[in-house]
Structures are given as structure tokens and as C-alpha cells.
Design a protein around this ligand. Structure first.
Ligand code: UDP
Length: 242
């Protein structure tokens, strides 16, 4: 199955490598389109927010960023191939772009953090062209669009967190001279070294979400959303278009 519906969100059933390949082809076609990477919390938010659900479902590609989403797909007997974490997808796509001299524009996070991420990405992926950086707080919408259109990046990383980034991308789809844009949450923070990914052992235990909660206690606020997600994913077992 190429599309899998989980709680009303239509996921692309792709491995990370397949997703990167599809992104490269969208970039080659200068699609101007967008990619979403919802996790369990975003899925739960979308259950209560038709506009967010619509923004995600209208995108060119929806990737499952979270073991919870993959687990839900298995419980509902429509298994997704694998988890495609936004940060892993971004790193692989940046690597592929670095091989062909591709370009990236970073949009999101605090100014010093976004600049640090740009520096680190240039070092980690020699060959990539960073042709623009904008923070996600103090920008002027028109100036930003002009800056992006002048840069014409292959990839525009939109890191504003959900639902802001999904709504922004839906509004901008087709209006910007870009290959593709992707909503990647806290990825700029991770590339900047501001927030750390869970050590591998936590990732293998599929408890990256718990690690992030412990490191960033404000995420405990997300627990009710996670609880709702688990209830909807398990209680409505068997219902495919939840
Ligand atoms: N952010 C932003 N502008 C805003 C709100 C948030 O640039 O108006 C940034 C924030 O600094 C952080 C990212 O968006 O870098 C959200 O990261 P988070 O990990 O919370 O996103 P998630 O992956 O959980 O959606």
C-alpha cells in the first residue's frame, strides 16, 4: 500500500531512502510543494484541528516521525515500513544534496541558533550551499519571501514547530521559487547542537520521546495529547479511517 491512513492522516508508506529519493525528484521538478513529518503529538493535535489535518493531508509527502505512529499503524493492521524521523530524513537529504552541490535555506528557531546550525551543516556536509538563513521569530513575511525567491534554494527547512510550520507551508505552496520545503520541527536546534538527540540506546529502546521529555520538561505538557493519541490508536482498533 502506498498510502496508509492513521487517525485521519494519510501517510506515505516509504522507507527513509525512498522518501529521500522522492524528495530529490520533487526538487528536480522545482515543485514548490511541501513535506510534513508528523509525530504522535501532532497526529493527536490534528484530530482536534481540521485545518492542521487538512494542511498535512494536502502536502506532497507525509512521513511518520515517531515510533508511536508506526506502532499505531501496526495495531491497526496497516503497518508502515518504518519510522522516518524528520531529523534523519533531513540529514540524509542534506547529504544527497551535498553530493550534487545543492542548496538549502534554513528558516526557524532563534537567530543565533539558526546561524550556528548553518555553520554546522556547512561543516558536516561539505559541498552543500547554504543560501539563506532566517530565524523563526523576528522575520517580516514579505522580506522573507523575497529573500527565499532570490536564493531559490533546493530545500527550504521550515522549523517553526507544529501547527505553525504546516499552516505556513500550506499558505506558501506554489508561491516560492524552491525545490521543496519540509516542516522539520526542532531540527535546526539539533543541527545547532542546542538540543541533543537521545543516545542510540534510547533510540533503540524506542524511548526517544521519553528522553526528550526528561531533557525538556515543558514537553510533559504534551502528555494529555499523547494519552489521547494512544486511546484513539488502540480503542478504535480495526477502524481504518479514524
Ligand atoms: N519556533 C520558531 N518560531 C515560533 C515558534 C517556534 O522558530 O514562532 C521554533 C523553536 O525555536 C524550535 C522549533 O520551532 O526551534 C520547534 O521545535 P520543537 O522541537 O518544539 O518542535 P516539534 O518537533 O516538537 O514540533
Amino acid at each position: 500500500m502506498s498510502k496508509i491512513n492513521i487517525l485521519g492522516i494519510s501517510f506515505d508508506n516509504l522507507s527513509k531512502d525512498e522518501a529521500v529519493k522522492k524528495a530529490l525528484s520533487l526538487i528536480a521538478g522545482k515543485s514548490g510543494d511541501y513535506i510534513c513529518t508528523p509525530n504522535s503529538v501532532i497526529l493527536s493535535m490534528a484530530g482536534e484541528d481540521e485545518k492542521l489535518k487538512n494542511a498535512i493531508n494536502s502536502s506532497a509527502m507525509v512521513l511518520a516521525d515517531g515510533m508511536g505512529v508506526v506502532a499505531a499503524s501496526k495495531i491497526r493492521k496497516t503497518p508502515l515500513k518504518e519510522r522516518v524521523a524528520g531529523i534523519d530524513f533531513a540529514a540524509s537529504l542534506l547529504y544527497e544534496l551535498s553530493l550534487i552541490g545543492g542548496s538549502v535555506f534554513l528558516f526557524g528557531s532563534l537567530p543565533n541558533v539558526a546561524n550556528k546550525a548553518a555553520e554546522n551543516i556547512s561543516t558536516a556536509f561539505p559541498g552543500i550551499i547554504i543560501n539563506g538563513v532566517s530565524d523563526g521569530y523576528y522575520y517580516d513575511e514579505q522580506e522573507l519571501s523575497a529573500k527565499i525567491n532570490e536564493a531559490k534554494p533546493d530545500l527550504l527547512m521550515v522549523c517553526l514547530g507544529a501547527p505553525k510550520q504546516e499552516m505556513w507551508m500550506q499558505k506558501q505552496r506554489g508561491k516560492l521559487k524552491i525545490g521543496i520545503m519540509a516542516g522539520l520541527g526542532g531540527s535546526i536546534d539539533v543541527f545547532a547542537g542546542e538540543s541533543k538527540r537521545a543516545p542510540l540506546v534510547w533510540q533503540k529502546l524506542r524511548a526517544e520521546w521519553l528522553y526528550r521529555m526528561i531533557k525538556e520538561p515543558k514537553r510533559f505538557m504534551q502528555l494529555p495529547m499523547l494519552f489521547k493519541f494512544i486511546c484513539r490508536a488502540t480503542v478504535k482498533r480495526g477502524e481504518r479511517h479514524g
